[in-house]
Ligand binder design. Structure first.
Ligand SMILES: Cc1ncc(C[n+]2csc(CCOP(=O)(O)OP(=O)(O)O)c2C)c(N)n1
Length: 352
């Protein structure tokens, strides 16, 4: 099967103006701002992790166009059902920067999404949330609501049974779901070529009689236009779709990984040329009066925003350690009670 990749903005920042119909100048600058914000937030989090001020982090570097471009077409009534490498999308949808620092700092309060945002918590169990996405979409359909569900997962999720069950069910019952795969080429140290014999992930849609769409995931215009088109189609006709965003994980899998053990620096150099932020910057400079002075001002402003979020995060009163044991059982089993008492004793919170 041969799928043509949707690309609007090339690596040199050239763009087919007809293809960006509906993307205002204001929206372009919003995209640029959000992509830079995701990167600065990410780099700060990596440095905090190295200083022992943050937990394990899954870097989003390189995937900013996919993240931002997929989130912006969503309407307030739509649901976003993410995996875990999507904080660029979360910021675009209004999740506070501080909350994501809390989350990656190991504080469960960071997983709490505000009630007015239709976003499910990060799903670490690979692919499991695709089933949830279908369930939410079916509920909306049965209730006659016009909301659409956008799920995002990595290439690794396509090797899970849940992925196939979700696609099949959504096709048979016509659930309004847009399945987005961020193909960043790696599932930890396993390259995508070792996960599948197919040339693309998008073509797997054919097995379920769904449309499969292949998109340059480092081209924010292509991501936005494609996702917008299929979100609106799902809303109007309740038709699911599989969209593969071809991007690249520029960092390690997480801060607990060392990617230099399984990939060469050359490949990183190749993907640096396709950098999603640089690409949009070139386009904005050529066509919308972007300048180094404006760039400096933007980066300063975003850096201040990030620093403020770090302060807010570090000023949150830590949870007392016994919190770990709560919320799981209505009645705590004896062995958990015993462990909680031990933690209390050793953490100086008072004995048994
Ligand atoms: C069901 C399941 N199996 C294994 C893991 C361990 N694990 C964590 S991340 C990951 C790789 C995921 O790769 P991908 O889906 O491509 O997403 P990416 O990390 O590249 O964003 C694996 C195997 C897990 N979290 N869940």
């Amino acid at each position: 099967m041969k799928l043509k990749m949707v690309q609007i903005l090339d690596e040199k920042g050239n763009c087919d103006e007809k293809a960006i119909d509906g993307i205002s100048e204001e929206l372009m600058f919003k995209m640029y701002r959000l992509m830079n914000l995701a990167r600065l937030w990410n780099d700060k989090a990596l440095s905090l992790q190295r200083q022992g001020r943050m937990g394990t982090l899954a870097s989003v570097r390189g995937q900013e166009a996919s993240n931002v471009g997929m989130a912006l077409p969503l309407q307030p009534e739509d649901w976003f059902v993410p995996a875990f490498r999507e904080y660029g999308a979360l910021f675009a949808l209004g999740v506070p920067l501080k909350d994501q620092y809390l989350y990656w700092g190991g504080d469960e309060r960071g997983a709490r999404i505000a009630d007015d945002l239709k976003i499910t918590p990060a799903c670490i169990t690979i692919g499991a949330h695709l089933i949830h996405a279908v369930g939410i979409a079916m509920a909306a359909k049965i209730r006659g609501e016009k909301s659409v569900v956008l799920s995002s997962s990595g290439d690794g999720s396509t090797s899970q049974g849940d992925f196939h069950e979700a696609l099949n069910f959504s096709a048979v019952y016509e659930a309004p779901v847009v399945f987005v795969i961020q193909n960043n080429h790696w599932a930890i140290s396993l390259p995508v070529e070792k996960q599948t014999k197919t040339k693309t992930l998008a073509e797997k849609a054919a097995a379920y009689a769904l449309e499969g769409v292949l998109v340059d995931g480092n081209d924010v215009f292509a991501v936005y236009q494609t996702v917008r088109k299929y979100v609106e189609r799902a809303r109007e006709k309740s038709q699911p779709v599989l969209i593969e965003l071809v991007t690249y994980r520029m960092g390690d899998h997480t801060t607990a990984d060392d990617a230099s053990r399984y990939r060469t620096p050359e490949i990183i150099k190749e993907w640096e040329k396709k950098d999603p932020i640089e690409r949009l910057k070139k386009y904005l400079t050529k066509n919308h009066g972007w300048s180094e002075a404006k760039e400096k001002k933007l980066i300063e402003e975003l850096t201040r925003e990030v620093e403020t979020a770090v302060k807010e995060y570090e000023n949150v009163e830590p949870l007392e350690p016994t919190h770990l044991f709560r919320h799981m059982y209505h009645e705590m089993p004896w062995h958990i009670s015993e462990q909680m008492a031990e933690v209390k004793e050793f953490s100086g919170l008072g004995g048994k």
